[in-house]
Design a protein. Structure first.
Length: 323
């Protein structure tokens, strides 16, 4: 299995995204999906301490609570790679906020916030450690050394194994990694950004203000950093590749998208795979960890099937050819 050195991946190469677990995917259905994921060799679960706060009536606790209840019921915590995040959780009225997420005042990355967030996630997940702990968003108010120091403290205390940064620019990531090395702190060894097969229009930004998209510079940087693993979220564009009712986001509207979609259909037809499976295989063969969010067993089975798709150099070159 190809994987960026320094990151242990057992079983399947994609991570299961769990945003709707415990809400639009009720606990019983979530348990069934998680059971099947593990049965098929899946190990990596991705969540956050604010999923899904934007749904009316939700606090952001729901996804972690559902995963924690499932792990407690199954007794399988040590078989899993558990990924969760700090920062971007909405704050209570009157509380200090250093960032905004979709116009909502939210927690940033101050040391007390990170410590409190970790305690909450460990409690909800019913575990004594987190395998990959993320800075969910950028925070340009809190000093970087304070944030890195707080993550290092969690690692030093055995509560976190590795740390990563999500939704951060390449230059900020490089600055953080250099600072960590110079201060003998735990560096970010994981990067989580929005990434899929389609390429965004130059200069285009997603409507979700907190999202950061992978660009050529990102990929070049990751290739040069042997201890850095790239994770990609929104890898299947919420179904836009295959569902007429889910239009391709505006940021991908340019002539190159038409060419890429045509090649994608051709490769899917030649390999006997679905379009989604080709997209996932294309990502995984580059050593990228796609985060695949599912709400049904059929969606999960399709993702599992992507593990068997082997593109090889020739098909990858054809897929990469359109600009």
């Amino acid at each position: 299995m190809e994987c960026t050195p320094g990151f242990r991946v057992w079983g399947m190469r994609f991570a299961l995204g769990t945003i709707p677990f415990g809400t639009s995917v009720p606990e019983k259905e979530a348990f069934a999906i998680l059971d099947r994921f593990v049965e098929a060799g899946g190990k990596i679960l991705d969540t956050a301490n604010n999923y899904p706060f934007w749904v009316e009536g939700c606090t952001g606790d729901e996804s972690e609570l559902a995963i924690g209840a499932w792990m407690a019921a199954r007794g399988n915590r040590e078989q899993l790679t558990l990924s969760t995040k700090a920062g971007a959780r909405p704050v209570e009225a009157g509380a200090v906020s250093t960032v905004e997420v979709g116009g909502t005042p939210a927690e940033g990355l101050a040391a007390p916030v990170i410590r409190r967030a970790a305690e909450g996630s460990l409690r909800r997940l019913r575990t004594d450690h987190i395998d990959v702990y993320w800075a969910h968003i950028e925070d340009r108010v809190i000093p970087l050394d304070e944030t890195l120091g707080a993550f290092h403290e969690l690692v030093d205390n055995g509560l976190v194994a590795q740390v990563g940064a999500s939704n951060i620019a390449t230059w900020q990531l490089e600055r953080a990694r250099n600072l960590a090395r110079s201060r003998d702190l735990t560096p970010y060894t994981h990067l989580q950004l929005r990434h899929t097969y389609l390429r965004p229009r130059p200069g285009a930004r997603p409507p979700e203000s907190a999202h950061v998209i992978v660009h050529d510079e990102t990929l070049d940087y990751v290739k040069q950093e042997n201890d850095l693993t790239l994770w990609g979220y929104n890898s299947l564009l919420s179904g836009a590749y295959t569902r007429p009712d889910r239009p391709v986001p505006d940021i991908y509207h340019h002539p190159g998208t038409t060419a890429r979609l045509a090649v994608l259909q051709e490769v899917a037809g030649e390999t006997g795979a679905t379009v989604h499976q080709v997209v996932l295989a294309w990502l995984m063969e580059q050593g990228i960890v796609p985060i695949v969010g599912v709400t049904t067993m059929a969606q999960l089975e399709e993702a599992i099937g992507a593990e068997k798709v082997e593109l090889g150099a020739e098909l990858r070159a054809r897929l990469d050819a359109p600009a």
